[in-house]
Design a protein around this ligand. Structure first.
Ligand code: G3P
Ligand code: MG
Length: 335
């Protein structure tokens, strides 16, 4: 197994470049490594298993805490990945802690959205699923669904306390319930059944319309869910939905990645080049291009992008067949 940070200080010559890897469609398809990703990552370590090149994963996916994702990735890819090297779509939610630390917030999406938020320090985070279970008949379709949630003893005073913010942490599983209950929360000032003009805050971890999963053609992502929620909300409410989306291509994400890579390099030296290896022109390439210097985009053909030449609207600096080819290209270019 390859080690990461402990021996970083022993890197003889500090490289003035770093790499950000997209996950879905570049490193993995579902849980299966693609494009020889384990081999590509091993190239970034020396013979004794110490990291030579600072790198991180910059994914719009998520649903479990970064520490758990790091161990999952380490297992799947055969290198020892530190949680600091895992930036997920919802990672920036940490920065909202001051604002909502002691407020009632709801979180939804695949995996364990409320656990993610609690680990960030939010004291009153509840999953939308658990929240909905305390409002009888809030989802009239639930009797027809095979997934049933048992009603637990309310951990917070959900029947009288207003929800201050709703977070879509990862791709929603139960679209019809989530859209119904989010509309209830958002147009009632945070307490379903009430009436209020004040919309609680609404945050999305990412805005990918489509992404590459196991199925051969792209799957609908969080951006598709946002469009569905927004369009329904705007049709039933007199004021349009106000929301914020994080994740790539948001320039903030690239700034944040740059500062984490600097920490991994253990020196606040500026990078000459930071490589973003992604499969989605509208997300990965657009983001790197908008972020500007020192970002350099490399588009792989293993995911959303399957074209022969470059993408027309968001051309990458380089197009390659796989992540392994991308890493070889970088190592050659950097001499
Ligand atoms: O749900 C995951 C998807 O939105 C994209 O993940 O790794 O391609 O940024 P990634
Ligand atoms: Mg991707």
């Amino acid at each position: 197994i390859y080690r990461v940070s402990a021996q970083l200080h022993s890197i003889p010559k500090r490289p003035s470049f770093g790499i950000a890897f997209d996950i879905d469609g570049v490193i993995l398809r579902g849980r299966t490594p693609i494009g020889d990703s384990p081999k590509a990552l091993k190239r970034l370590y020396d013979d004794s298993g110490c990291l030579k090149i600072p790198y991180l994963f910059l994914t719009n996916g998520g649903g479990i805490p970064e520490s758990r994702r790091a161990s999952e990735l380490s297992q799947l890819l055969g290198v020892n990945i530190d949680p600091i090297q895992v930036v997920q779509g919802h990672s920036p939610f940490k920065n909202l802690l001051k604002r909502f630390e002691n407020e009632l917030i709801v979180a939804t999406g695949k995996g364990e959205p409320a656990v993610v938020m609690s680990e960030y320090g939010f004291k009153k985070a509840i999953s939308l699923e658990e929240y909905a279970s305390h409002f009888n008949n809030i989802d009239p379709l639930s009797p027809y669904k095979t997934l049933t949630t048992k009603q637990s003893i309310p951990r917070f005073d959900v029947k009288s306390e207003r929800v201050k913010a709703a977070f879509v942490v990862s791709d929603p599983v139960e679209w019809s319930r989530d859209i119904q209950v989010l509309c209830d929360i958002l147009r009632s000032g945070g307490l379903p059944g009430e009436k209020s003009d004040h919309q609680p805050h609404m945050y999305f971890a990412a805005d990918d319309l489509e992404y590459q999963a196991v199925f051969p053609s792209e799957r609908l992502g969080m951006g598709a869910f946002r469009i569905a929620l927004e369009s329904i909300f705007n049709s039933i409410h007199h004021k349009p939905l106000e929301y914020t989306s994080f994740g790539k291509p948001n320039p903030f994400v690239f700034k944040n990645a740059e500062s984490i890579l600097k920490q991994l390099q253990q020196k606040s030296q500026n990078f000459e080049t930071l490589y973003m290896i992604g499969d989605n022109p509208l997300v990965d390439v657009k983001g790197a291009t908008q972020a500007g210097h020192p970002w350099f985009s490399i588009l792989t053909r293993t995911g959303v992008f399957k074209g022969k030449d470059n993408h027309t609207d968001y051309p990458a600096n380089q197009v390659v067949d796989s992540v392994q080819e991308a890493v070889e290209y970088i190592l050659q270019r950097e001499g």
